[in-house]
Design a protein around this ligand. Structure first.
Ligand SMILES: [Zn+2]
Length: 465
């Protein structure tokens, strides 16, 4: 068996790994690179491997850095199936349609400006037609189902507790009485997060491909501390009549935030302030949540059964039309605007930032990981002037980081995940983390388990296992 890594290797975006057995090449995830505009475009146009030779794709979850380059595959001759959980199938369809729309809109916006400067046009990677063609290849399955992918190759999905439908993927190859098992963690979630069940303990494997987004960091674990931080922020917004802009993944963090604020209001600790969920995806994503109660934890199942809608409230407004979104630019605070994309590399949030960033009363709250070279990363790093649609813009709004809401396992969770594999794997590849995080986690695992061979692969590298 051979493994090769074509993205999210010593970086966090563009998750693409290939498992190769004699006669069968499987692609684990096919994510979008995010970062410097030109470099990302190049890496998303050329996926770095022969797409015709891929027999099937196994998708860990719907986040765009794992799924966002899927519609590029059929354009280059891929004709196989895409295996995924049923909730991931529904979410991914929405995510990719939205990604196509955002790309088309952003390209036309940028092109208008570039043409004035006499520069060449940019083109979207794919449009909604390409997404429709891809979705026909989806093969949704339940957690735990044993899927026959090819002769001698099976696969199964196991709840990763990261977002709705997320899974670790186990691939088994059997030849001449010998079995080799590869477990790909996908993105791992955390215990006690809202809505979702805790990640399933890992099953035995020979080779583990492990994410390391927070490979050298620990999260603030205390739920009460996180709620107090949110409360302080909302009180600040009330006092200063400010806007709180939250760039967030439309799936996962947005729903968690709304659940937390609803808790604060229902406990009587906060008077409601208007919350605008400005993402055309949000109400459709809520529909997907309704269709997949098989992914809920017990508490959510109870709430869902009694109220019928996890997210509705008189102060929560779902914003769909572009006109209503533009109207938010001129409204006065206090209010919270939750909008995509999470890393501020496109979508409506960039327009909200443009209008709110120069007022020092406003606050920009980051709840997810910000990849290198994204606008989100520059803001988190405290840059005083940031490029917004290519225009250098002074930043006066406060920046707040909220790591406690992360949907990713932290260093201790990742180490515990490895420890739980019985018997331990012979080899671990650390992926989906910037170099520093990946190397730090690799050293910690190696220190604990001297017999395991731990590697941090480079993009384009391949390894016999
Ligand atoms: Zn993810």
């Amino acid at each position: 068996m051979k493994l090769s890594f074509h993205g999210a290797a010593r970086s966090v975006t563009g998750s693409r790994h290939i498992v190769e057995t004699p006669g069968c090449r499987l692609l684990l995830d096919c994510g979008l690179f995010q970062g410097r505009r030109e470099e990302a475009l190049r890496q998303n146009q050329d996926l770095g491997f022969d797409q015709k030779s891929i027999r099937a794709v196994l998708l860990s979850h719907a986040h765009i850095d794992h799924s966002g380059a899927l519609p590029v595959l059929p354009k280059h001759g891929f004709s196989g199936k895409v295996y995924l959980t049923r909730a991931t199938a529904d979410l991914t369809e929405l995510m990719l349609e939205d990604s196509a729309r955002v790309q088309v809109n952003d390209c036309s916006y940028v092109n208008k400006k570039e043409q004035r400067r006499g520069k060449t046009c940019v083109r979207p990677l794919y449009n909604t037609d390409d997404v429709r063609k891809l979705v026909r290849r989806f093969e949704g399955s339940r957690y735990g189902d044993l899927l026959k992918i090819a002769p001698r190759v099976t696969a199964s999905f196991h709840d990763a507790g990261h977002i709705l439908g997320s899974a670790a993927i186990r691939v088994k190859y059997t030849a001449r009485g010998n079995t080799t098992t590869v477990l790909f963690s996908g993105d791992l979630g955390r215990s006690n997060m809202p809505i979702l069940r805790d990640p399933e303990p890992p099953l035995p494997c020979d080779v583990l491909i492990l994410e390391s987004t927070y490979g050298d960091r620990l999260h603030e674990a205390d739920r009460e501390i996180m709620k107090q931080q949110a409360l302080d922020l909302l009180i600040h917004a009330k006092t200063h009549k400010s806007k709180i802009i939250v760039p967030a993944f439309a799936v996962g963090r947005t729903q968690d935030l709304v659940m937390r604020i609803k808790e604060l209001v229902s406990e009587g600790r906060l008077d409601p302030i208007p919350i605008y969920i400005d993402s055309p995806l949000a109400s459709r994503v809520t529909e997907v949540f309704r269709r997949h109660p098989e992914c809920y934890d017990e508490e959510t199942t109870r709430t869902f059964t009694s109220s019928g809608d996890l997210f509705a409230s008189r102060y929560i407004h779902f914003v769909s039309s572009p006109e209503d979104s533009k109207r938010l630019n001129s409204i006065k605070g206090p209010c919270v605007i939750i909008s995509a994309s999470g890393m501020c590399e496109g979508g409506r949030v960039v327009h909200h930032l443009k209008h709110a960033i120069q007022d020092e009363a406003n606050v920009i709250v980051f709840v997810g990981f910000q990849a290198e070279h994204t606008l989100g990363r520059k803001l988190v790093e405290g840059w005083d002037v940031v490029p917004i649609f290519g225009v250098p813009t002074p930043r006066r709004a406060q920046i707040v980081k909220f790591n406690g809401l992360s949907a990713h396992a932290d260093r201790n969770d990742l180490l515990a995940y490895v420890r739980a594999i019985n018997p331990l794997p012979a080899k671990i590849f650390i992926v989906h983390g910037e170099e520093k995080q990946a190397l730090s986690l690799a050293a910690a695992i190696q220190g604990e388990h001297s017999k395991i061979e731990v590697a941090v692969p480079h993009v384009g590298s391949s390894h016999e296992v």
